[in-house]
Design a protein around this ligand. Structure first.
Ligand code: SF4
Length: 236
């Protein structure tokens, strides 16, 4: 706490100033503020702010190391059978309502898990349905694709069927991101391979995100599908 700023704030406070602030808030926001606001502003010293910033940067740096990546990957469970039931992943995080209803009827409970997974309680075998990923080594677990065309008006390309067709050709440990445009909504981070829809075809980015400079531009999706191993299999 910055004692000098705190004292100055307290000394300057008047009911009239507070009423002006409230009036300003109520004029600009949709709903009137029906509670006291700014009762305890926090004044931080420069030294404290710098300390916190240094600490935050150190944490971010630690999470960007290959060692952290390996540890984090092994901390994420894979689809399979557990004592509590069957853990299934959902391709692209998109689940049809019929599939969700069917899963809910299979066991006594359904739990939403992180990492786009569901735990169907009480099951002793994996449920099978379109869009569910049941095997720990399914390459779809390493594929990210946004909504794409035609559902997203910003998209220049269909994404999920295309990504599904490419998935079996991915080498182990390689992540593929198929984005309908350069916004890269589904995966803002870098991926080993990113294919970005454009008006002229797909742009190819290696070890980067959808906004970064591609190493190739305007590739016809039919050309990629004709030789998927060449484009996503590490042979190019
Ligand atoms: S990345 Fe582009 S195409 Fe994909 S969902 Fe976002 S805006 Fe739509």
């Amino acid at each position: 706490m910055h004692p000098e700023l705190r004292a100055r704030f307290n000394a300057d406070f008047t009911p009239e100033k507070y009423a002006t602030l409230l009036h300003c808030v109520n004029e600009t926001e949709k709903w009137p503020a029906d509670f006291r606001i700014s009762e305890t502003p926090v004044f931080l010293t420069r030294a404290f702010t710098d300390d916190v910033t240094r600490g935050a940067n150190a944490i971010v740096d630690a999470t960007r190391t290959p060692e952290f990546g390996r540890e984090a990957a092994s901390a994420v469970p894979k689809p399979g059978l557990f004592s509590g039931g069957a853990l299934v992943a959902v391709a692209f995080g998109q689940l049809w309502s019929e599939t969700l209803a069917w899963l809910a009827r299979l066991g006594p409970g359904l739990r939403l898990a992180p990492w786009r997974m569901l735990l169907v309680e009480g099951l002793h075998e994996m449920p099978r349905a379109k869009g569910l990923v049941m095997h720990a080594d399914d390459p779809l677990l390493r594929v990210v694709a946004c909504t794409g065309a035609p559902k997203c008006p910003q998209a220049f390309a269909e994404t999920r069927e295309f990504a599904t067709a490419l998935a079996p050709h991915l080498p182990p440990d390689v992540r593929l991101h198929v984005s309908g445009c350069a916004k890269g909504c589904a995966h803002p981070a870098a991926a080993a391979i990113t294919l970005v829809g454009t008006p002229d075809g797909f742009d190819l980015v290696r070890q980067g995100n959808a906004r970064q400079a591609p190493i190739m531009r305007g590739i016809d999706p039919a050309e990629i599908l004709a030789e998927p191993g060449t484009w996503v299999g590490g042979r190019r």
